[in-house]
Ligand binder design. Structure first.
Ligand code: C5P
Length: 222
């Protein structure tokens, strides 16, 4: 089959990573979770004692570190300078600061260049906030995946509860709404649906339904 690229954007908790990973698995494509890359920079900056508000400091950290994404049996593993940070990049502290760090234009430029390189040979399913608009504007399939804030909070709540985290559904909903505001309101590459992206509201859809819908877009792409 000819390789092509799929861009999946949307707000926090819309199910992008689950769906993108499954679509990539079905097609034998590479899955790239760009949120994990912003999380890796955030983790490293905090680890090094850099204030997330110190844009030049965070940018220095980002340009000096090596991020690798490796497909693993439980999804994608993330390494920073050879250290597996797949679990710590999902911590509450990292989640609390990631949108602030993702708003730094120089950090975005560094990561977007890396992401473009990863997709250069095609056969990539990439999820994030600016993939269809900035990273892969020529992606053959573009989807903007969303769901109601409550539904997204419920899904994330189940996920983190399974992992043993202590939070309430209302806190989760507040956190998701806060990240939506930051991601949609920032100057540099705000979260917005690309003009040529297909809008998919998954509030009342199951994961397999969403996956099948995207696979069908791939089959019928022009
Ligand atoms: O997808 P995930 O929730 O892990 O992303 C974490 C954060 O990284 C998002 O809330 C957003 O601030 C940022 N991000 C971004 N651009 C992307 C992917 C993620 O700004 N392409």
């Amino acid at each position: 089959m000819t390789k092509f690229n799929i861009a999946i954007d949307g707000p926090a908790g819309a199910g992008k990573s689950t769906v993108a990973r499954m679509v990539a698995g079905e097609l034998g494509f590479i899955y790239v979770d760009t949120g994990a890359m912003y999380r890796a920079v955030t983790w490293k900056a905090l680890q090094d004692g850099i204030d997330p508000g110190d844009a030049p400091g965070v940018t220095r950290t980002a340009s000096a570190m090596q991020i690798s994404l490796v497909p693993g049996k439980d999804g994608q593993q993330v390494f920073v300078n050879g250290q597996d940070v797949s679990v710590p990049i999902r911590s509450k502290t990292v989640t609390d600061h990631v949108s602030q760090i993702a708003a730094i234009p120089e950090v975005r430029e560094l990561l977007v260049n890396l992401q473009k390189q990863m997709a250069a040979s095609k056969g990539v399913v990439m999820d994030g906030r600016d993939i269809g608009t900035h990273v892969l504007p020529d992606a053959e399939v573009k989807v903007y995946l969303t769901a109601s804030v409550r539904k997204r909070a419920e899904r994330r709540f189940e996920e983190v509860r399974g992992a043993g985290a202590v939070t309430t559904l209302d806190d989760m909903e507040r956190d998701i709404a806060r990240r939506d505001r930051l991601d949609e309101g920032r100057e540099a590459s705000p979260l917005v649906q690309a003009k040529d992206a297909i809008l998919l509201d998954s509030t009342n859809m199951t994961v397999p339904e969403v996956v099948e819908y995207i696979l069908e877009l791939g089959r019928s792409r022009t």
